[in-house]
Design a protein around this ligand. Structure first.
Ligand SMILES: Nc1ncnc2c1ncn2[C@@H]1O[C@H](COP(=O)(O)OP(=O)(O)O)[C@@H](O)[C@H]1O
Ligand SMILES: [Mg+2]
Length: 167
């Protein structure tokens, strides 16, 4: 598990780019964090790092959006789990125009809904820091500081070195 302090949206974007370097086809990345935590910002950097087509935006009006690769790599499938009532199994029924085992799947999951998931996954939790960790009281950018933890679950991640995520 690695823990990263991310001070502004640009650095969150950059973390997404670094995360992309670790990902291979078939990987599932679960992003947890409240609304406005920075899940979509991270995914935007990830899409840029993967070299996929199309602007990554909040998948608010669709359950999942497919971004094909522009460089022969895996597509990015960006999922809003709030609309995926039945859990990840339901994804197989979405009839996406892409093979999930050949794609990188990123799910914006929101808080506290992952307990019943046992799939191999990279779990990224983004939280707003409070108090001392956010810097001096009254610092004007204190609200921007995020604490990100990245944890690999399952054998896929057991031997993977997550240190490239650290600056
Ligand atoms: N350190 C930070 N990391 C990510 N986003 C930040 C940060 N500081 C401020 N923000 C702002 O917070 C908002 C995050 O929005 P978004 O990425 O859509 O969150 P989510 O997808 O988790 O709802 C953006 O407006 C972004 O500019
Ligand atoms: Mg979002």
């Amino acid at each position: 598990m690695v823990r990263i302090t991310v001070r502004d949206p640009e650095r969150m974007h950059e973390l997404g780019r670094r995360l992309a370097t670790l990902l291979t086809p078939g990987d599932l990345v679960l992003l947890s964090g409240e609304l406005g935590a920075g899940k979509t910002t991270l995914t935007r950097g990830l899409g840029e790092g993967l070299g996929v087509r199309g602007a990554v935006t909040s998948p608010t009006f669709v359950i999942a959006r497919v971004h094909p690769s522009l460089c022969g790599g895996p597509a990015l499938v960006h999922v809003d789990a709030y609309r995926l009532g039945g859990g990840l199994d339901e994804m197989e029924d979405l009839d996406l125009d892409v093979s999930l085992p050949e794609s990188v799947v990123v799910v914006e999951w929101g808080d506290g809904k992952v307990e019943d998931l046992s799939d191999a996954r990279l779990h990224v939790v983004i939280s707003r820091t409070v108090g001392a960790a956010a810097g001096p009281a009254g610092a004007e950018d204190a609200d921007d500081v995020r604490e990100v933890t990245v944890t690999g679950v399952g054998p896929r991640w057991a031997k993977e070195d997550l240190s490239p995520l650290l600056v």
